[in-house]
Design a protein around this ligand. Sequence first.
Ligand SMILES: NC(=O)c1ccc[n+]([C@@H]2O[C@H](COP(=O)([O-])OP(=O)(O)OC[C@H]3O[C@@H](n4cnc5c(N)ncnc54)[C@H](O)[C@@H]3O)[C@@H](O)[C@H]2O)c1
Ligand SMILES: [Zn+2]
Length: 367
Amino acid sequence: MEASMTITCPTTDVERYPMYIGTGILSRAQEAVPESYRGFRPFLITDRNLVDHGHAAKIGTDPASTFVIDPPGEDAKNVRTVTAILNVLDEKGFGRDTLIIALGGGTVGDIAGFVASAFKRGVPVLQIPTTTVAQSDSSIGGKAGVNSDWSKNAIGTFWNPCAILMDVETLKTLDERHYVAGLAESLKHGLIADPAFVEYIETHTDAIKRREDDKLIELAKRNCHIKGTVVERDPYERIGLRFILNFGHTIGHAIETATTFRTLHGESIAIGMLGALHLGAAMNITPVDLFGHTETILRGLALPVRLPEGIDPARLAELMRRDKKAKEGRVRFVFLSEIGRVYVKNSDFAHTANREMIIDACRAIQA
Ligand SMILES: NC(=O)c1ccc[n+]([C@@H]2O[C@H](COP(=O)([O-])OP(=O)(O)OC[C@H]3O[C@@H](n4cnc5c(N)ncnc54)[C@H](O)[C@@H]3O)[C@@H](O)[C@H]2O)c1
Ligand SMILES: [Zn+2]
């Protein structure tokens, strides 16, 4: 059919946002707001734990302009929470000059980013991530959204923040399990893009576990650099480069599903990376010794390196086939050709593997 006419929309401005990384900078959050949004009315979205640990008070917003997600956590990441926040904003007379401030982990960041993208057709959001997952991953790159009643992140948008402020001091109050789990994403960044970062993590494992300020700042900077570089080159997942961030995630997502999310995301990714390294080695893509090397680093960080009891490798393979990132039922993996380098073939970063080999790799990471 021939189009009667076409409408050409001018491309939007280049979206560029600053990141501030430091310690004890939460109370200076307003300074991170770009000049053009300084006069906007702030509205804080956070959760109960951030309030109880005293972080929310440091932002200095009016309690009447605050929404506290309670109870916190993944169960709140749904459209009902989004609707509740949107209604509060509207009811209180917030307008297009609203500045959303998202203070919390990935759950808060994803919900608040989505709210910002929808309220009055889009208002700016300042992301203030407070978990290892959020500081290394979820706050960077503009993915926002919530879960449907059926699947994770089913409803969402790309909505870049106007700025990101990372105060590593906030990580001090995070419980040990969440703290450690999020470190898996840092190691993932090193493994896919930066051998020196892997070495840094290896050398400073204990100091990282002790949450020493300078180590936390260094991690944040390196994570931002790596994830930032990938999303700058593929902001809307169009050229496929962004898929490299899924290293370890094919098996990892299946573990999360198989354990109904009792295994945390980072924990699942830790085990999933080992599975992908084993599979890559079996396919003669990945050097064989990378499995053992990575396992040693993961153990040092106190991350799990084997599947939880009772998970059947064939069931995991089936869950992978049904994953949304599989194409026509073909499971796709990111492989490493060496430490710090992703395997690329025919300009593609995602590769298929046969079912038997996938099951074998899952056996290699069985308890
Ligand atoms: N948008 C993206 O690109 C992206 C990337 C990765 C993950 N995610 C999403 O991120 C979510 C997971 O994020 P998460 O691991 O940060 O979980 P989370 O936000 O649920 O936080 C984990 C727990 O820690 C608490 N908490 C947060 N900061 C704290 C602090 N400083 N001190 C004490 N307690 C604190 C929270 O209240 C919560 O109970 C998932 O929904 C995932 O889908 C999104
Ligand atoms: Zn991840």
